[in-house]
Design a protein around this ligand. Sequence first.
Ligand code: ADP
Length: 311
Amino acid sequence: RLFVAANFVMACCWRVQRLPREGETLLSSSFAAEPGGKGLNVAIGARRLGAEVDALLGIGRDAAGDRLLALLAEEGMAPDHAYRLADSSGHGCGLIDAHGRNSIAVCLGPNLLLEPRHADAAAEEIARADAVYGQFETSLGALQRVFEIAARHGRLTVLNPSPYQPIPAELLALTRVLLANEVEAAELLDWQLPQGASLSDCAASLDAAAQAFWPRWPQGQLLLLTLGALGAVALRRDRPPLAVPGFAVAVQDSMGAGDAFAAGLLTQLLSGQDLAASLRVANACGALMCMRAGVLQGLPRAADLQAFLLR
Ligand code: ADP
């Protein structure tokens, strides 16, 4: 059972031949909108892989908010902690050009209006969960309270510091597992992906960079780094790094790969799999996401994952 301090944005995407210049209006060849947001993706991803999932969400009193509630029902998730806190839901606006380059603006709106009292109202679900997962597209106050309640009950706390901002000391002290991609790892560990490096080179250089980080994070148990097609590296205090290679697949669009990875990792760890096996499944979930366009429809279900792993 998982509790996610989630976020919801209606992700709107316009395809254009090229990105418009300042002051310019272009016609777009297609428009699509789908529910998204890192926390929501992880919640739905874990649910599709068989976990029981509760999510804390700040949404709008609008059609996007209605769509989110319908989606939760479709996925078999309770809407009990989705609060309508503003007229408009969070929205993302993305323009994608013919080469796949993009310009994106996001308004988080009611995601930032969640308060510690909303987390308090979910205290029972948080205490009941084996793990909680949070990220930075939600209100820091609510996130902190979710982690406080989880820590009080000895639950595993997993933080994805994305979009990156320095992790407040009191939140870091409540976090047991950190999950970061290459960009976040660079900030967190003052690390740079060595040019043309292999996965084992990366593992060694991440391990070296993390030596300065562990003393700042005495409560930390596990630092997980995702490295795109290369795969993932797990670092534990005073243990050699564990590097698990990614799957070679034909990539359609890698958007959401990190969220699919997180969903796979959490469901495996919670079902008692060891770290190496969990990372392999998480890599498979990331790879499956890359093989499909779109994020929501790319989040694999248990049957897709089984078929992929047996191929
Ligand atoms: P994010 O989506 O947060 O930027 P990554 O790009 O590191 O995160 O991807 C997360 C995980 O998804 C990787 O660790 C890997 O398992 C998988 N993945 C990402 N890109 C690819 C790819 N091109 N081929 C295969 N797997 C991939």
